[in-house]
Design a protein. Structure first.
Length: 152
């Protein structure tokens, strides 16, 4: 059994948003399990990207990632993952394959950030720098605004 991660209080907003991202992966899979029209799922993914993931990635890239060197291997991987996920969301053909890839790749990316990157940042960053981080959640209230809850 995996030991719970003790997340610094200033990083907790992003970790809570990661939960919303994991729910997106589940919702995509649930939509397919229910044999729903892929375009219906894609509309939600596009909306979620604009309202939640893009602001989340922007916060990470502008506020959190600069705590490590820009050429740090974990920062490079996270940035590459962000670009890759953006390309997938913008993809308009092979929607079923693309949505399944988004579900898998987003989940893997979140697991990487939670299990590896955030831990490295916490360990490498002096407390006084962590204490002044201004990170906030963008997702919880936003997620309640979508009317077509196809996963329910």
């Amino acid at each position: 059994m995996r030991k719970p991660i003790k997340r610094h209080i200033r990083l907790q907003p992003l970790s809570r948003e990661h939960h919303q991202g994991l729910l997106l992966s589940w919702k995509i899979r649930e939509g397919f399990r229910r044999k729903l029209e892929p375009q219906r799922i894609k509309r939600y993914v596009n909306w979620f990207w604009e309202q939640h993931l893009l602001p989340h990635f922007t916060q990470e890239e502008e506020v959190l990632f600069p705590l490590l060197s820009a050429d740090h291997e974990h920062i490079q991987k996270a940035l590459s993952d962000h670009r890759h996920l953006k390309q997938l969301v913008e993809q308009e053909k092979d929607i079923v394959v693309t949505l399944n890839q988004i579900a898998d790749d987003l989940e893997n990316h979140i697991r990487f950030e939670e299990r590896i990157l955030f831990n490295v940042i916490q360990e490498a960053t002096p407390e006084e720098y962590l204490e002044v981080l201004d990170l906030h959640e963008t997702g919880d209230a936003v997620c309640e605004q979508w009317q077509d809850e196809f996963w329910v």
